[in-house]
Ligand binder design. Structure first.
Ligand code: NAD
Length: 256
């Protein structure tokens, strides 16, 4: 039998600072469903402001902390801070990420390090810290954010270091799922296709959106809400038998 969720539970989200991002939309979506919310972003002021808005809108408890998730000590300290302020940590969703449109032959050491350290190592540091608390409680939900670009070899905006890091997240999540399963913790990845945010070099024009949609089987690209809803399912109490999976939220861009 799984350990039941506590009545009051917290989801920590990284990368929820940008105004049109998936993390922010997910924070509001989860708060609407009763989750208390902890937010971590490299822009600590934005994380705190978003947390205050979430609390005011949905009447839950929420707090923000600033950290570069690629910096292990900062990432751990941010989770420590939020855990000290909020009810039991039950879910972690690692949205923090950076894009990389650089062609492969031009990728230098700095670009490789920047992209892999934030997307892959940043996901790992917060996951490991959160997993320690979840294992202690005997219950938890972890979601890592991959990308269709890991499965199709780029093809949208970001290229090699991004695809490599996002593929790494799938391997990380599967291994975490295996090791943490006996402790009541599930771990899954979401692999979004193109989503209407500003990460692909700024706000998308209608022409760019149409071109990206033409690649898939639906007539549109995704919205932050599409990913928020998938997240809500994967961290729900009812998803306790789903672990080690990658859920594509990509309009059928990649079928496997
Ligand atoms: P976004 O740029 O709006 O959000 C990214 C957030 O991460 C921002 O709030 C930013 O401040 C934060 N961040 C960046 N570096 C950080 C660091 N070192 N430490 C802490 N926070 C940091 O982009 P988004 O589209 O909302 O992306 C969210 C996640 O979804 C990312 O991991 C992205 O790679 C992934 N994703 C997005 C798409 C898409 O089409 N938008 C597709 C596939 C995957």
């Amino acid at each position: 039998m799984s350990t039941p969720f506590p009545d009051e539970r917290t989801a920590i989200l990284t990368g929820a600072g940008s105004p049109r991002g998936i993390g922010r939309a997910t924070a509001f979506h989860l708060a609407e469903a009763g989750w208390n919310i902890g937010l971590i972003d490299v822009d600590g002021a934005a994380a705190a402001e978003t947390a205050a808005e979430v609390a005011a809108t949905h009447g839950v408890r929420a707090a923000g902390a600033g950290a570069d998730v690629a910096d292990r000590d900062a990432a751990v300290a941010a989770v420590d801070t939020l855990e000290g302020q909020l009810p039991q940590l039950v879910a972690l969703v690692a949205f923090a990420g950076v894009a990389s449109p650089v062609p492969y032959l031009d990728v230098d050491a700095d670009e490789w390090r920047r992209v892999v350290s934030v997307n892959l190592e940043g996901t790992h540091w917060v996951t490991q810290r959160a997993a320690r608390s979840m294992a202690r409680h005997g219950v938890g939900r972890i979601v890592g954010i991959s990308s269709v670009s890991a499965q199709r070899g780029g093809g949208t905006y970001s290229k090699t270091p991004y695809s490599a890091a996002k593929a790494g997240i799938v391997g990380l999540i599967r291994s975490v799922a295996r090791e943490l399963g006996p402790h009541g913790v599930t771990a899954n990845a979401i692999s979004p296709g193109p989503i209407d945010t500003d990460i692909m070099g700024g706000t998308l024009s209608d022409e760019r959106k149409a071109a990206m949609a033409a690649d898939g089987v639906l007539t549109r690209i995704g919205t932050p809400r599409d990913v928020a809803a998938a997240t809500a399912y994967l961290i729900s109490e009812d998803a306790g038998f789903v672990t080690g999976q990658t859920l594509n939220v990509d309009g059928g861009l990649y079928m496997h």
